[in-house]
Design a protein around this ligand. Sequence first.
Ligand SMILES: C[S@@+](CC[C@H](N)C(=O)[O-])C[C@H]1O[C@@H](n2cnc3c(N)ncnc32)[C@H](O)[C@@H]1O
Length: 297
Amino acid sequence: MLESRQIFEKEAKNKMLFSNIKVDPSISPFIKNRLDIISSSKDYSELLKKIKKENIYTDRFKVEYLILDGDTRGNTERLEKSRDVGFCIEAEPDYYTPTVIYSICNFNEVWYFGILLKNNPEWQKHKKKPCSFSNSINMEIAKTLVSISSKGNKSRQLLDACCGVGTVLLEACFSGFDIEGCEINWKNYYHTKDNLVHFEYTAKVHCLDIKDLDKNYDAAIIDLPYNLRSYSDDSITLNIIQSTARLANRIVIVSISDIEPIIKKSELQISDYCIVEKKGKSKFKRIIWVCEKRIPI
Ligand SMILES: C[S@@+](CC[C@H](N)C(=O)[O-])C[C@H]1O[C@@H](n2cnc3c(N)ncnc32)[C@H](O)[C@@H]1O
């Protein structure tokens, strides 16, 4: 829901939403499909007429029926509908290696036809990265940190201020984002480099204390170091946040404790947040804070 609010400025309902904002579904761990609607109608035969009128001649197409929440039509009916749509398209179909997938679906008794873009599941290959970190954020969180910080816009330059072994960098690189990393610990720095090389990604990584980095970015991500309990740790946290705030106006922070009072001491204001609970017996949780630089009055 946090990702949905940050990218589309509204929450998904019934696992879907309508929006004019176009994002690549593969940037998100949650968005399964995007349907670029070409035509719609309450009347099924009217929809077929509309599709024919589109005069689509793209060869190597495939038609897939998209099942949305609340659509209880059975497999036979869905196949028939896909076939009906296929016959409205004057081109050569290609079921196994299509260059374009058209889709038909029904939502609230309205029929929709459009081009279907699917989430590319290849990012799951990052599960087998050569270097890992105990308690590291998982790939899903890493992926959504990229989509939240960028708001789904691939032209924004991103920074992972405390990149550890590069979990976030891998997800950003896979989706085609321009991202750099910063890591104070040389061992983690080399682990990040190894992970990037393994998947043939080329992101710049700085082996530096974030306070010494001097470059501007559109947005930054901070997965704060763990075990921040004592007063002195609070000051380290504040230092990392303030050092990063020099470099970007929009910052997404991940913490394992409530750091709202620390964020309030910085020049950032919290615009949104969510709590991610770890499944299972452990009470381990993370908080994701979306922050923007305060505009001086
Ligand atoms: C929670 S870990 C990040 C884990 C990372 N997201 C990953 O998945 O590998 C925090 C990292 O911040 C680094 N770090 C701590 N202080 C830093 C600083 N001042 N500048 C840059 N990195 C710092 C630590 O070495 C550690 O690798």
